[in-house]
Design a protein around this ligand. Structure first.
Ligand code: NAG
Ligand code: NAG
Ligand code: NAG
Ligand code: NAG
Ligand code: NAG
Ligand code: NAG
Ligand code: NAG
Length: 355
């Protein structure tokens, strides 16, 4: 198991060596995702806290490659921009499109890309969005990634809207490399999903799902936006007394897949913590909580503060939160304003090897 963990650490620190030269980029992005299926009403989004708000998700029709919004959420997308501008007239909104499984065949053919581009630009304009975000792009073996670059060239030629891509850390497929030249030319910035590295449904040991690693090369660019998860993961421990990172686990705890929103985690600790509190570990830059056989790791206030300081220190373009309804009365989102424990990032890799 130790070998497996070390390997994962190395693979997951593969990175996006981007150095976008974008003149339109704002100085510091405070972004947040609102999800149409969340319980947070749009009117309650504290939009004064944000520079950018993403409305998620539109989908790609698998036969026409046109963008569509689920009929149950259409009403929300129409009012989104006007509603959030009510509290903050300068907030910038983006329509977030789920790339999903259909993404590979969309980029594959010129006519498919055309439908996607035309419909996405029209939908953004029609609903008053300032930009588009291609989200959940996870290439597989059948993906011709060169054509993602073609898509970005064509998308940019068609529109002056803000164009953004949201990507996981490069997947543990060494063969995939993103079309960096095209991304530099055409995109305004990149959201990186720096989380979900370890999952209770997949990994039978406890893992720090969003630990901040020091070796990521893409931190050297000023055009990436750090992803902050407002959810954590809960594992069921094999042995309640063996609870460091990397301990044997039998699967998820608390929910079916172990994913738990910050607000819910706080309630869980209060109600089932037997007086125990969560612990912030500044080597991992993570909050941990363990009671009996339940083991949880998540981004608490200290974690968020440290990550935001880190992003500033490294000259990143900002951060984005995923997703807003998991916050607890804007506690995580307000964390930036408090002083940070910047931690000792150099310890991170060695503690990775130690587990
Ligand atoms: C996709 O487009 C086809 C053709 O216009 C339509 O019949 C179908 O209902 C659409 N699917 C979805 C999920 O919107
Ligand atoms: C559309 O919304 C319904 C109801 O929330 C949901 O069951 C369905 O999965 C959604 N469809 C898509 C494509 O997201
Ligand atoms: C892309 O197009 C080629 C040739 O038209 C086809 O063989 C291939 O299956 C397509 N790939 C995807 C992912 O759609
Ligand atoms: C991928 O797309 C590029 C550009 O369209 C093309 O030149 C190349 O042959 C394609 N590669 C494969 C494996 O289909
Ligand atoms: C975890 O899975 C590995 C193989 O993938 C197995 O060798 C190991 O025994 C499993 N551990 C537990 C605690 O189930
Ligand atoms: C953080 O975790 C590492 C690895 O488990 C451990 O060695 C270290 O003592 C912890 N630090 C704190 C402050 O808890
Ligand atoms: C990022 O921005 C900082 C501050 O503006 C600057 O000092 C640094 O050189 C930039 N880094 C890159 C890689 O452009």
């Amino acid at each position: 198991m130790a070998y497996k963990i070390v390997t994962l650490f190395l693979l997951l620190t593969l990175s996006l060596p981007l150095n976008l030269q974008c003149t339109r980029s704002p100085n510091w992005i405070r972004g947040g995702y609102w999800h149409a299926h969340s319980e947070l009403p749009i009117a309650e989004i504290h939009s004064a806290l944000f520079s950018h708000l993403m409305c998620a998700f539109a989908f790609i029709n698998s036969s026409t490659y046109n963008i569509f919004i689920n009929s149950t959420s259409e009403q929300f997308f129409v009012i989104f921009t006007n509603t959030v501008k009510h509290r903050n007239p300068s907030v910038v909104t983006l329509l977030s499109i789920w790339g999903g499984a259909i993404f590979s065949s969309m980029i594959n053919q010129s006519s498919n890309r055309k439908s996607f581009i035309k419909s996405s630009v029209e939908m953004a304009r029609f609903n008053g969005f300032h930009g588009l975000d291609l989200h959940g792009v996870l290439p597989d073996k059948g993906t011709n990634i060169t054509k993602l670059g073609t898509l970005f060239d064509e998308w940019r030629a068609e529109s002056q809207l803000l164009l953004v891509m949201t990507s996981h850390h490069l997947p543990a497929l060494e063969s995939v490399s993103y079309p960096l030249d095209s991304m530099q030319r055409n995109l305004d910035w990149i959201h990186v999903l720096n989380f979900d590295y370890y999952l209770p449904t997949r990994d039978n040991f406890t893992g720090a799902h969003s630990a901040l690693y020091s070796s990521s090369r893409w931190f050297n660019t000023n055009d990436t936006v750090l992803g902050l998860p407002y959810h954590g993961y809960a594992w069921t421990l094999v042995n309640p007394d063996e609870n460091p990172v990397g301990s044997p686990a039998t699967g998820p705890a608390i929910t079916i897949d172990g994913s738990v929103g910050f607000k819910f985690i706080k309630g869980f600790i209060r109600d089932y913590g037997y007086g125990a509190a969560s612990v912030y570990n500044h080597s991992y830059v993570m909050n941990f909580f363990s009671a009996k056989t339940t083991w949880v790791n998540f981004d608490g206030v200290e974690t968020i503060r440290s990550k935001v300081s880190f992003a500033k220190e490294k000259g990143l373009l900002g951060y984005h939160a995923f997703q807003l309804s998991n916050d607890d009365k804007w506690e995580l989102y307000s964390a930036e304003k408090q002083p940070a424990d910047v931690g000792n990032y150099r310890e991170i890799r060695s503690s990775g090897h130690a587990v």
